[in-house]
Structure formats: structure tokens, C-alpha cells
Ligand binder design. Structure first.
Ligand SMILES: CC(C)(COP(=O)(O)OP(=O)(O)OC[C@H]1O[C@@H](n2cnc3c(N)ncnc32)[C@H](O)[C@@H]1OP(=O)(O)O)[C@@H](O)C(=O)NCCC(=O)NCCS
Length: 183
């Protein structure tokens, strides 16, 4: 196994590892299967061409860090991809903050795998990445996303009207966040 596909951290049922360009086929097939789960909240790349640009930025851009949440004992034994959790807009200096984006894949949703994967990402972000704060900006009707971050110990900091441009319009968002000292 190359360094690129080695786990960064492991929990009882999941492991997190970086995105690689070789994951295009599996990732985009799972995205296409998951449209009903993701929309209208999330629009990840559904073709290998779009994946290459998306994963390339996560791999190379120092303001981003992307993690594939893999199921350790998946039927194929190869660590099938259950979902992904990305840290975007990483700012260093006195802020040391990043903004989360995430999605489960349909076959893995609702099984607690993303909750475990998020714990691993938080450990990695506040450990090796030395971040101080992670935020999750969520549309108020997105119960699954709010459930995930609430369960992980994020606190609701506020509400921002017209905060992010998603699916053709500026959308209101709840501002959830966690700091390293809350772990
Ligand atoms: C958000 C998302 C990744 C959660 O994935 P998941 O597979 O349901 O997560 P898990 O099964 O690990 O559940 C994690 C926690 O969230 C809670 N949760 C999940 N869905 C929930 C819902 N609809 N309402 C309330 N809580 C919910 C679970 O109960 C669990 O907490 P628990 O351990 O106390 O029971 C998934 O719903 C998804 O991909 N949504 C569409 C994409 C999206 O909205 N991305 C984020 C945009 S801000």
C-alpha cells in the first residue's frame, strides 16, 4: 500500500485516509448513487473529470485537507469509501480555523460511520494539523447535518442570512463550531 492510501487514523469501524486521484471511479460511482441523500445540500463531483479537479485541489492546496472515511471491514476488504469529510478555508496565524464540508454515501448513511469518522478528523485537525477551531455551516432544515455536528460536540454560535451560494441561491446558515479545548 502506498503512503497515499495509508490510514491517518483508525477507529473501531472506520479509518480516515487522504484523497488520491486513483479514487475517482469509486468516489464518483458512490456520488451518483447518493444524489437523493445529498441534494439539495451538497453537490460533490459525479464524473471522473470533475473529481480530478476537486481531489487535486484537496491534495495540493494548503488551505484544504480532504479525508475519505473508509469502512474497515467492508465486504471487499479494501476499505470501501463510506463518505468524506473536508476541511476548507484553512487559515493559519492567530485564527487556526477551517470550515468543514462532508457527505455520507447512500450505502453507508445512518450507520454511525460518519459520526466515528468525524471524531477521527477532529483528532487529526486538533492534533497533527494544529488547528484551534473548526466550523460547520449548515442550512437550518438540514437535520442530518445538524445531528452529526451536535452529536460531535459542536455548539451553535449563530445564524447568518444569505451566507453561502448553493444550488442557485444565497442560503441562510446556522453557524456551528468546535474548538480544541471543547474535546
Ligand atoms: C450529514 C450526513 C453526512 C450524516 O451522515 P450519517 O451517515 O447519517 O451519520 P451517522 O449515521 O454517523 O450519524 C451521526 C449522528 O447524527 C445523527 N443524525 C443523523 N441523521 C440525523 C437526522 N436526520 N436527525 C437527527 N440526527 C441525525 C445520528 O443520530 C448520529 O447521532 P447518534 O450517534 O447520537 O445517534 C448525511 O446525512 C449526509 O450525507 N447528508 C447529505 C449531505 C449534507 O448535508 N452535507 C452537509 C452539508 S452542511
Amino acid at each position: 500500500m502506498s503512503d497515499d492510501t495509508r490510514s491517518l487514523a483508525e477507529g473501531p469501524r472506520t479509518a480516515i485516509r487522504p484523497f488520491t486521484l486513483d479514487d475517482a471511479e469509486e468516489f464518483t460511482a458512490r456520488v451518483r448513487e447518493s444524489a437523493a441523500l445529498h441534494r439539495p445540500w451538497l453537490f460533490p463531483p459525479a464524473t471522473p473529470e470533475k473529481y480530478t479537479a476537486y481531489a487535486g485541489a484537496l491534495i495540493e492546496d494548503p488551505t484544504k485537507a480532504g479525508f475519505l472515511v473508509c469502512e474497515r471491514d467492508a465486504a471487499d476488504g479494501a476499505g470501501a469509501i463510506a463518505g468524506f469529510i473536508n476541511i476548507n478555508n484553512i487559515v493559519a496565524g492567530a485564527f487556526r480555523c477551517g470550515a468543514l464540508g462532508y457527505g455520507a454515501f447512500a450505502h453507508a448513511a445512518g450507520r454511525g460511520l460518519m459520526g466515528e469518522g468525524l471524531e477521527l478528523v477532529l483528532d487529526h485537525a486538533f492534533g497533527p494539523l494544529a488547528l484551534h477551531r473548526l466550523e460547520a455551516n449548515v442550512q437550518p432544515d438540514n437535520a442530518g447535518s445538524i445531528g452529526l455536528v451536535r452529536r460531535a460536540g459542536f455548539r451553535l454560535e449563530g445564524f447568518s442570512p444569505d451566507f453561502l451560494y448553493i444550488d442557485g441561491a444565497w442560503r441562510d446558515h446556522e453557524r456551528w463550531a468546535i474548538t480544541a479545548d471543547m474535546r
